[in-house]
Design a protein around this ligand. Structure first.
Ligand code: ZN
Length: 102
């Protein structure tokens, strides 16, 4: 059985958590924009997050055009959180992250 460890962010900063299991997801310092537009309305755009896994990459037409994206989910409770842009440079796990459901 694989035990997954949950990452904890510093308490001295405002943090964003999973709506279901309260796992820490992102530091307020990593928030790039609160007025980003996702496919279902306003979304939060973060520079980096923790405790998040990503699904398979796919091309999706967004408001700003065609982008390579992947759905992201909470690694602790598997709730889908939103999606992230994939910047295909050397590997698939870098890029901006967007939470549409926070
Ligand atoms: Zn969760």
């Amino acid at each position: 059985m694989v035990k997954t460890f949950q990452a904890y962010l510093s308490n001295c900063h405002r943090t964003y958590s999973c709506i279901h299991c309260r796992a820490h997801l992102a530091n307020h310092d990593e928030l790039i924009s609160k007025s980003f537009q996702g496919s279902q309305g306003r979304a939060y755009l973060f520079n980096s997050v923790v405790n998040v896994g990503c699904g398979p990459a796919e091309e999706r037409v967004l408001l700003t055009g065609l982008h390579a994206v992947a759905d992201i989910y909470c690694e602790c409770c598997k709730t889908t959180l939103g999606w992230k842009y994939l910047i295909v440079v050397y590997h698939c796990c870098c890029g901006y992250l967007s939470f549409e459901k926070l």
